[in-house]
Design a protein. Sequence first.
Length: 414
Amino acid sequence: MIPHFKRNTPLITKDPMTALEKRTVGSLALLYSFRMLGLFMVLPLLALYAGDLPGATPSLIGLALGIYGLTQALLQIPFGWLSDQIGRKPVIIGGLVLFALGSVVAAMADTVYGIVLGRTLQGAGAIASTVMALVADLTREEQRTKAMAVVGISIGLSFAVALVLGPLVAAAGGLAAVFWFTALLAVAGVAIVVLLVPTPPKIGTAHDEVGARAGLIGRSVLDPALARLNFGVFVLHFILMASFLVVPGFLEQSAGIGRSQHWLVYLPALLLSIAGMVPLMILAERWGRLHQVFLFAIALVFAAVAMLGFTSSTTVFYLGLWVFFVGFNYLEATLPSLVSKTVFAGGKGTAMGVYSTCQFLGTFAGGAAGGWILQHMSMATLISMCLILAGVWWLFVLPAGQPSALQQDQLRDT
């Protein structure tokens, strides 16, 4: 369940950020967008280009698309915990090096199995929770929602740029060129961390706090508000991966658009989605209608999946693509901000790791399970599964709730 807010209360403070906070948010948003750009660029490509590789099947293509989510999910909490011990920046740099290595392996691959291996190594650079924790370390409580929202928006922008840039790079040099480009983005990310990102004060962890951190993981999993948000990000990324097993094929086979021209479809849909997001953000942030807008955004994703999966009309398909981008980008930008409201100081890396783990489990499941379903069952089955998950998420969020146990503890401490 999303956190409780008073009606008609603005969600973002008017208090300006300090220079350090602006530098923190700007540099980390840039870092996050570079990393996610590298991951998102293959979304509109793998289902098309990987099919030309020896041994390719729908199951293996789906596995290649989603496998990075499995290693991300397995390592988010360990990396978040490690960042609590040795510092955020060393963990982030190490993760970017792993991501660059995976990109090089994938770029040099001549079989689908090499792509799977490279994507696995890319996912081993599991720094999402650590980056979010560093944002929280270097911003004040009253600025944290704004900071998380900026990072979330940067993810949405990187998603938009990736869907346009990926086909253009692939048209120039194939799938290998895309992976070489993502390796360069990882190197640029290391430079951002070293040169631009502020270093937070070292916060040591005493041995008697280890049990408390383990307890935090359990509370983060079991708390009703966090559980609903974690389930939501799982569903959102499951649907994203599953959709991009279907969308590129429709554009090439049904709409008759060449691979190198797919960006001509994605670009206007993404630009127009910004216009669709603006009224949602105004309603949510200025008028305190977050709960209602959140539900509406989930409904948009549900409607879009139905249009994308069950139409033979190109016009309806394009409309569904636009509706999907409106709902997805709004939810992707909003979820991290909501999660940040229930994270304890001193354990932010661990707590955000639970959220990121669920996000990347959804990525893995959407790609791997989606590919298997396409090969052994049907596209209609895959679309139906996405609709069921979106519907369950909407029902979980529907009840108007009270503040979570974590929020109640925070209120007692203030």
